[in-house]
Design a protein around this ligand. Sequence first.
Ligand code: ADP
Length: 539
Amino acid sequence: MMQTALTLTQMINRAEKYFPKKQVVSRTASGIKRFTYKEIAERTRRLADGLETLGVERGDKVGTLAWNHHRHLEAYFAIPCSGAVLHTINIRLSPQHIAYIVNHAEDKVLLIDSDILPLIEKIHSEFTTVQAYIIMTDEEELPETTLEPVYHYEKLLASADDSYEYPDDLDENAPAGMCYTSATTGNPKGVVYSHRGIVLHSMALGLVDGAGVSEKDIALPVVPMFHVNAWGLPFAAVWFGTTLVMPGPYFTPKLIAELIEQEKVTITAGVPTIWLGLLKELDEKTYDMSSLRAVLCGGAAAPRGIIHAFEKKHNIPFMHAYGLTETSPLVVISNLKSYQEQLSDDEKINIKAMQGILVPGLEMKVIGKDGEIKWDGAEMGELALRGPWIASEYYKDERTAEAFKDGWFYTGDVVTVDEEGFMKIVDRTKDLIKSGGEWISSVDLENALMTHEAVFEAAVVAVPHEQWQERPVACVVLKDDYTGKTSAEELLQFLEPQFAKWWLPDEIIFMKEIPKTSVGKFLKRTLRDHVQKDILQRN
Ligand code: ADP
């Protein structure tokens, strides 16, 4: 067979050639705008030409600090298709971490949303490699800034040449993108994505047994474009000619509900906190959600209660998936097998509450105390992966040796696998609660608590214990109507029939809010410190 290169250039070219009329709906600071793929492709070429004028060469890193909108989408293709590397930067990281990763990646040019400018003003003096800044704004003129040299995105495009041609000799193994994981300890770790990896991952997203993304879809990636490339959706969508709806800056659950209703969104993707917010909005106001064929949920375990509410109360199909920055991210997805469709509603939701089965193209093994675990849904072990869209190292980072061994990536996630091959994430290795030599899954306790009608959110952490080494403590946020009316005893009684006695939390602490990471996951380390201090003070 021929060895043709799998590069991103074919994706944007295909959108232009076959789907010039299809649209990208983009919400920016000044409202909703619509672009055809013909326009997007032309603007993308202009951006590539503009970057070249600024001195960007093959292999150079170009960083983006931006929300989900059409300009960011243009950068997604202009940068890699011209041979440079698209470095999406998480705007919610601390300023120190942002400065660290800009320097560590050696970004040459930064594309910045105008509202993020104040953050960059504070730290740009620490940047060691940046040679130019491009501001993405709807305004005619640039905002006041001390950055130098600074360019206006639209003016750069206007003065660029749209007859620019992408190089046709890109190596499919060349870096196309990079992203840093929001490490809970130490500095963020960089992952580099190759053209080939992104193309094959996009194929997996398009499989009916994957997320089934297709031309017929209207896709709303709520997951940020700085969080594992919005899970690869923008790449797949452009390649397939899918209509894209980009939610822009500072969106709310109300805005998401309105976009779904107005644009007739068929598939949307985000972390559980987003969907909790949307469910609350749907409780308060009626929206027409009938266009949705899938709510894709990953990044943290989807509590059973959320799945039940989407599927049974709102009649919206829920698709649970799992992955990491290191895995592009799609690894497993919870699609029922044909013969499981006959099961009861409850059983089907139980299956969907697991993360799912491995997507075609990847390999996995699960290593427990005595080697590979049995697929019995009970034995636990650490998940290791390999495949064409799994990273093989961290970028210039000695922590590579801890996670990448013998050609496998060790995820740091403890899982079980049932007889059908469905994987369930039990916990992160570091969040498992080790009590009296046994393991307690914080995730299981959280999910059980979150099915209680009074509970809005729950996070369970370990506290040190003299006799048992560690014990679980639950932190609970009650729904507004239940605050002050639901007791810890009531919640413990609710858990009792569901778990062995020694699994039950030693304490339930009520909180107003659970601290979250920059991508909306429970910040377990901060919570653990907080709870431990609280308990120490009381004793
Ligand atoms: P980080 O949260 O470290 O910035 P990632 O976004 O790469 O980085 O997070 C990957 C981690 O998120 C996984 O290792 C796993 O612990 C967790 N995770 C992702 N999806 C799920 C899921 N569906 N259920 C449970 N945990 C998940």
